[in-house]
Write a protein that binds this ligand. Structure first.
Ligand code: 8YV
Length: 334
């Protein structure tokens, strides 16, 4: 096969995976970013000029203006399951295929939901700071009392693959009663093994002891949990966001935590991250992590490999090891 395609890998990823891309049949050139320099928009555009394929992450914004400036681009492969940083409609309209990395991160991300849920409900962060700061001088009967997770009601907003993996952990591992709200209801045969029951959003907010957010970000889900929704939650309930910044109104959440209306929060994703609303940083009853939902060694490698395979497959290259996870197959017909 003649070597024809030019690729750009926008962020530093596993060097051996970049090297394998470079050696793939049909690839003429791979430009990458081994130092993980933060490229300005213009720097990204300059490097993308003339490229057929882009390997990106959730940090790069792929919009109509970028696509118009890079008419050679045929495929955008993101190392993320979320695609809210990509204007998929604009890609489809220009015949640009978009691929993402579903499935490989489902269980790892659901594990982090439980890590945050347990940590905030049982006040692990507060306890650790208390101990490290030398404030632990004796035992008290009411020291750092938190909320039980086992046997409680687990509410899940968004019931895709990750939501179902969270439900499975709650029902089977912690004996929780699982309720969920999603645009579409799961078929009964999928609900039954999870012991999950579909409820209206208002009932979800009112009944959940612990509410986990697992819905994709879009204009429709912006501030799906704002001041009004926080006020509808059970007093003392916990909230976990492993989905996307912007789904929660972070300022409203900080107020609710400060007022003691919400008992605790476990938050992995933030509005405008890596900036974090200062009032959240000041909230002792919040456990905050820097967007590490998928960050296990095994999963991050699997994501990078899948994104590389997707990119090659979307350009008609590669060894067909993976059926590419194409978000907009309709673009191929253009
Ligand atoms: C990524 C994620 O780490 O897959 C997603 O949608 O949010 C995370 O797993 C992040 O988007 C970097 O690409």
């Amino acid at each position: 096969m003649t070597t024809t395609k030019k690729l750009l890998v926008a962020r530093a990823i596993f060097p051996d995976i970049v090297e394998a891309l470079r050696l793939s049949a049909g690839v003429a050139e791979v430009a990458d970013n081994p130092t993980d320099e933060v490229w300005s928009r213009d720097a990204l555009l300059g490097r993308l000029d003339g490229c057929d394929g882009l390997f990106c992450t959730g940090s790069e914004r792929i919009d109509a203006a970028l696509l118009d400036a890079c008419p050679a681009l045929k495929a955008v492969s993101t190392m993320s399951v979320g695609t809210n940083h990509i204007d998929v409609d604009a890609c489809s309209a220009r015949g640009v295929l978009v691929a993402n990395t579903p499935d490989v991160l489902t269980d790892t991300t659901a594990d982090l939901a439980f890590a945050l849920l347990l940590a905030c409900a049982r006040r692990v962060g507060e306890g650790e700071r208390y101990l490290r700061e030398g404030r632990w001088t004796k035992w008290h009967y009411d020291q750092l009392m938190g909320a039980d997770v086992h046997g409680a009601t687990l509410g899940i907003l968004g019931m895709g693959r990750i939501g179902q993996a969270v439900a499975r952990r709650g029902a089977l591992g912690f004996g929780m009663r699982v309720i969920y709200h999603n645009r579409s209801r799961l078929p009964a045969e999928q609900e039954a093994p999870l012991g999950a029951r579909w409820v209206e959003k208002a009932a979800l907010l009112a009944e959940a002891d612990h509410l986990v957010l697992v819905l994709p970000y879009s204009a429709a889900t912006h501030h799906a949990i704002g001041a009004a929704e926080l006020a509808q939650m059970k007093p003392g309930a916990t909230l976990v966001n492993i989905a996307r910044g912007g789904i929660v109104d972070d300022a409203a959440l900080a107020r609710s935590l400060a007022e003691g209306r919400i008992g605790a929060a476990g938050i992995d994703v933030f509005e405008g991250e890596p900036h974090v609303t200062p009032a959240l940083l000041a909230a002792p009853n919040a456990v905050l992590t820097p967007h590490i939902g998928s960050a296990s060694m095994k999963t991050r490698r699997a994501m990078a490999q899948l994104a590389a395979d997707n990119l090659l497959a979307a350009l008609g290259l590669g060894d067909g090891r993976h059926l590419p996870a194409i978000v907009n197959p309709q673009a191929a017909r253009r």
